[in-house]
Design a protein around this ligand. Structure first.
Ligand code: SF4
Ligand code: SF4
Length: 102
């Protein structure tokens, strides 16, 4: 946890940074949705915005940091926030922003 460049000037203060983050290799197969005990991964197939969504997103308000979504993801697209790869860090904000504007 020694990375010192994680602070983004674009971070909106009221956005809650969730424990888990989905990144752009997500194929929207919903395996994580089925594994999530708090139903905090959206949009689902029967929800508005699913077709247009480039990937699914974790709701920071609902995520309980259980990690159940990680092993079921066939594309290794889900990371705990502290372990998001450097080239995927933009998705920390993008996950939060999806729900912030909802
Ligand atoms: S399991 Fe992985 S690929 Fe499937 S919807 Fe969830 S994050 Fe996307
Ligand atoms: S860590 Fe648990 S609560 Fe959070 S998105 Fe994954 S399965 Fe859902």
């Amino acid at each position: 946890m020694s990375r010192g460049e994680g602070d983004s000037p674009n971070l909106i203060p009221e956005i809650v940074i969730m424990a888990y983050v989905i990144t752009d290799t997500c194929t929207k197969d919903e395996l994580c949705v089925e594994a999530c005990p708090t139903d905090c991964i959206h949009p689902k197939k029967d929800e508005e915005g699913f077709e247009a969504a480039t990937q699914l997103w974790v709701d920071p308000e609902g995520c309980i940091d259980c990690g159940a979504c990680v092993p079921v993801c066939p594309t290794n697209s889900i990371f705990i926030v502290d372990e998001v790869p450097e080239d995927k860090k933009e998705f920390i904000e993008k996950n939060a922003a999806y729900y912030a504007k909802a």
